[in-house]
Design a protein around this ligand. Structure first.
Ligand code: TYM
Length: 379
C-alpha cells in the first residue's frame, strides 16, 4: 500500500517525489537539461536550482522547438475554490519568469466550472467571487500584458466549445476512471471536465509547456494520449514539488485548514503569529539540548520554506543550514528569518495587487493577446 496519495483533488501523506516520477512515468530534470535552459536564460530560477521544479515531460523537445525558431507557449491555471495561499502562487511566479526569459505567450485558465462541480455545498456566487479575487492575485504577479490571456471557463466557453466536445469524444469513461479515480457516484460534470483542462494545450499550433505542481499531471497524460489525433502537439510539462504545510512535511496546505497555510492577504502580525504557533520545528525541546544536539533542517518547515523559495541566496541558505545543525541558530531565530522574508514578499505582492486593479482587464479582455483570443473560435 502506498503511504501517500497525489491526485488533482487530493494530496495526502509524505510525498516520495522520486517514486512519483516512476509512478507517473516522467523524467527527472537533470544537470544537462538545466545547463541547456541556462544557455537561454543566463541565470537559473531558484526553484530550478534547488530542484523544486524537478520533473518534466518533453522539456527537451520544447527547447528543440525554441532553438529551431518554432517557439512554444506557456499554459497554467487556477481552480478558484477559495483564497489563494503561497503554494498556489508559486507556479505563477515561475511561469512569469519563463515568459520573461523566452518572450512567449501565456494562457491562464480559471476553472470556475471545475470547482463548482467538485466542491460539495458551494454556491455558484461564491465561486464567482473567488474567481475575481484570484484573478487579481494572478494579475499582481506581473505577466506581460501583451502576451497573456486569463480566462474563466464559464465565460470563454463559447469560443472553445466545439473543440471541447471533439476532445471529450476521444476520451472514454474507463480512461478517466483509471486516471482520476472517478466512481459511479461522481457527477457527470466532473467526468466531462478533463476536456476543459486539456483544451488550452491546443490554443496554438505549437507545443504547450505547462508549469504546475505535479498534482496536475494526470490531465497531461490524457492530453498526450489524444493530442496527435487532432494534429496538435503532445503537451510538455514541468512539475514542481508541493510547498509543504506549515504544520509538517506530511501534511497538505489546505484552504479549509487556515493554520496549515499562509494566505496572500495576510499581514506581518498574522504571519508572525502563524509561523510561531504552527510552523513545525526540527529543533530540540529545550535551548540547552538544541545548543548541544542541534536541529534537523530536513524536517523543519521554516527551513524548508526558505529552501523552496524564500532565501534565494545559496550561500546564506547554506550558513543557515549549518548554524541550525550545529545548534548555533535557535528555532525562534530561524522562524524570525522566515517571518521577515514572507512578510516582505507579501507586502510587495499586496502593493502590486492594488496596482493590478488598474490593468487586470488587459489580461482578460483588452490586451493584445486577449483581443486576439476573443476573436478566435476553436473548432
Ligand atoms: P489549483 O487551484 O488547485 O492550484 C493552482 C496551482 O497551484 C499548484 N499548487 C501548488 N504548488 C506548490 N505548492 C503547493 N502546496 C501547491 N498547491 C497547489 C497547482 O499544481 C496548480 O499549478 N485544475 C487546476 C486549475 C488548472 C491548471 C491548469 C493548473 C487549469 N488548467 C493548467 C495548472 C496547469 C486547479 O484546480 O489548480
Amino acid at each position: 500500500m502506498e503511504k501517500f496519495v497525489v491526485t488533482p483533488w487530493e494530496v495526502k501523506g509524505k510525498i516520495d517525489y522520486d517514486k512519483l516520477i516512476k509512478k507517473f512515468g516522467t523524467q527527472k530534470i537533470d544537470k544537462k537539461l538545466k545547463n541547456r535552459i541556462q544557455k537561454h536564460t543566463k541565470e537559473l530560477h531558484v526553484m530550478l536550482r534547488r530542484d523544486v521544479y524537478y520533473s518534466h515531460r518533453d522539456l527537451d523537445k520544447v527547447l528543440d522547438d525554441y532553438e529551431k525558431g518554432k517557439g512554444f507557449f506557456l499554459y497554467t491555471g487556477r481552480g478558484p475554490s477559495g483564497k489563494m495561499h503561497i503554494g498556489h502562487l508559486l507556479p505563477f511566479v515561475f511561469t512569469k519568469w519563463l515568459q520573461q526569459k523566452f518572450k512567449v505567450n501565456v494562457y491562464i485558465e480559471i476553472t470556475d466550472d471545475e470547482k463548482f462541480l467538485v466542491k460539495e455545498n458551494v454556491k455558484w456566487e461564491e465561486i464567482k467571487k473567488f474567481a475575481e479575487e484570484n484573478i487579481l492575485d494572478i494579475a499582481a504577479v506581473g505577466f506581460d500584458r501583451k502576451r497573456t490571456f486569463i480566462f474563466k471557463d464559464s465565460e470563454y466557453i463559447k469560443n472553445i466549445y466545439p473543440l471541447v466536445v471533439k476532445i471529450a469524444k476521444k476520451i472514454n469513461f474507463s480512461t478517466v476512471k483509471a486516471v482520476f479515480g472517478f466512481k459511479n457516484q461522481t457527477n457527470i460534470g466532473m467526468i466531462f471536465f478533463p476536456a476543459l483542462q486539456i483544451v488550452p494545450t491546443m490554443f496554438e499550433k505549437k507545443r504547450a509547456l505547462i508549469p504546475a505542481a505535479i498534482d496536475q499531471d494526470p490531465y497531461w497524460r490524457v492530453q498526450r494520449d489524444i493530442a496527435e489525433k487532432f494534429s496538435y502537439e503532445k503537451a510538455a510539462c514541468i512539475h514542481s514539488k508541493m510547498l509543504p504545510a506549515l504544520t509538517g512535511l506530511d501534511e497538505k496546505m489546505s484552504s479549509s485548514k487556515p493554520h496549515t497555510a499562509i494566505f496572500l492577504d495576510e499581514d506581518e502580525k498574522s504571519i508572525r503569529k502563524k509561523i510561531y504557533k504552527y510552523a513545525f520545528s526540527g529543533g530540540q525541546a529545550t535551548v540547552e539540548l538544541h545548543r548541544k544536539l542541534g536541529g534537523n533542517p530536513e524536517i523543519d518547515v521554516s527551513f524548508q520554506w526558505l529552501k523552496f523559495f524564500f532565501e534565494p541566496d545559496d550561500k546564506k541558505l547554506k550558513k543557515i543550514e549549518e548554524d541550525y545543525k550545529t545548534g548555533k541558530l535557535l528555532t525562534g531565530e530561524l522562524k524570525e528569518i522566515l517571518i521577515e522574508k514572507v512578510s516582505k514578499f507579501l507586502q510587495k505582492f499586496q502593493e502590486n495587487r492594488e496596482k493590478a486593479k488598474n490593468y487586470v482587464d488587459d489580461y482578460l479582455y483588452h490586451g493584445k493577446l486577449a483581443r486576439k483570443m476573443w476573436n478566435t473560435v476553436y473548432e
